[in-house]
Write a protein that binds this ligand. Structure first.
Ligand code: AHZ
Length: 307
């Protein structure tokens, strides 16, 4: 038989569910010391493709109209998502992250060092998320920044009302005329790989998500960061950026938390992206402000929903 005939024959069988909810579940203990007779359940490659694509396109369909879009899955964006998703299971929340790996700059405490420092009272957020820490008086230390980020990420992803679209970049904002001049009404997204081909492919248009509230947490300026606030300048919605200032942990953290707000109607900015608008100091490797800016961004968003 010719090889290409194979999928047609196997399609019917493969489209049947390989296992039912009532199937006996093997335990690890049953596998141990029994490796000679070990075998995975059978699968066809197309089944794997369909299992992924069917869900992804359903997610794209569901979230084309979202309630809230969070741009950037760094420490601030994930903190925002955690608070919002827990407070309002009825809201559809899409997180758009340009990188493959969510977490932004929060996989290490700073430089190559593992521990993550948070100044009090941000320890309250760690207790909410369920991350252990050592209490050092005015500050607490999580033994590895990755423990904070992975725990927070796992909680966020487990909420049924949250969808993370990673490897997806926000490349523009959707706007609507409004009394205040303009309102932000959604985001324009594109696959990172597609956007890399803008120079040699002219016919690829981007995708969109409509949402009444956008929360931008894309970090400080760099190849990627501060995307929305830079776009607000080019859209002439704000005159210019203040530019992130030098490092001052004490001044910076308070300023970022207090300054987290709706910058133009429909667009809330939190985390280090805000330092670029306000000309606020950076704080370097202390993360309390990112968590609490997320709490405040969520509060600002809920205020818009409650109006
Ligand atoms: O990939 C970015 C990162 O994960 C993502 N991002 C940026 N532009 C994007 C776009 N579309 C989608 N156009 C985009 N995603 O946003 C995330 C930002 O995470 P981050 O950790 O850089 O920002 P944060 O504000 O959550 O935390 C900043 C923490 C600090 S403070 C500091 C200093 O003082 O020097 N440095 C860092 C990293």
């Amino acid at each position: 038989t010719r090889d290409y005939a194979q999928p047609i024959i196997a399609k019917t069988a493969a489209s049947k569910p390989a296992s039912t909810g009532n199937a006996k579940q093997t335990t690890i203990a049953e596998m141990e010391n029994n490796w000679d007779s070990f075998a995975f359940n059978p699968i066809r490659e197309s089944t794997v493709s369909r299992a992924m694509t069917r869900r992804y396109f359903a997610d794209l369909d569901t979230h084309a109209e979202s309630d809230i879009v969070i741009i950037g899955a760094g420490s601030c964006g994930l903190s925002t998502a955690f608070v919002l998703a827990r407070a309002r299971p009825d809201l559809k929340i899409a997180i758009i992250e340009a990188g493959v790996a969510p977490g932004g700059g929060a996989w290490l405490g700073g430089q190559l060092f593992s521990a993550m420092v948070m100044r009090k009272p941000a320890d309250a957020f760690l207790r909410e998320v369920g991350v252990e820490y050592e209490d050092e008086g005015d500050y607490v230390v999580v033994k590895h920044a990755a423990l904070f980020t992975s725990t927070l990420l796992s909680k966020v992803l487990a909420f049924p009302n949250v969808k993370l679209f990673n490897a997806t970049c926000v490349e523009d904002l959707i706007t609507r005329p409004a009394e205040e001049g303009v309102r932000i009404a959604g985001v324009v997204t594109n696959w990172t790989l597609v956007s890399m081909h803008h120079d040699d492919q002219s016919c690829m248009d981007p995708n969109t998500i409509n949402a009444p509230v956008i929360i931008s947490t894309t970090g400080h300026d760099g190849p990627m960061g501060a995307f929305c606030v830079k776009r607000l300048v080019s859209m002439q919605r704000i005159e210019k950026l203040g530019g992130m200032r030098g490092l001052d942990m004490n001044v910076a953290e308070d300023a970022i938390v207090k300054g987290t707000r709706e910058i133009v109607p429909g667009l809330i900015v939190g985390g280090m992206e805000l330092s670029e608008v306000d000309g606020a100091n950076r704080m370097g490797p202390t993360f309390g402000a990112m968590a609490l800016s997320g709490v405040k961004a969520a509060e600002e968003a809920l205020r818009i929903f409650d109006v």
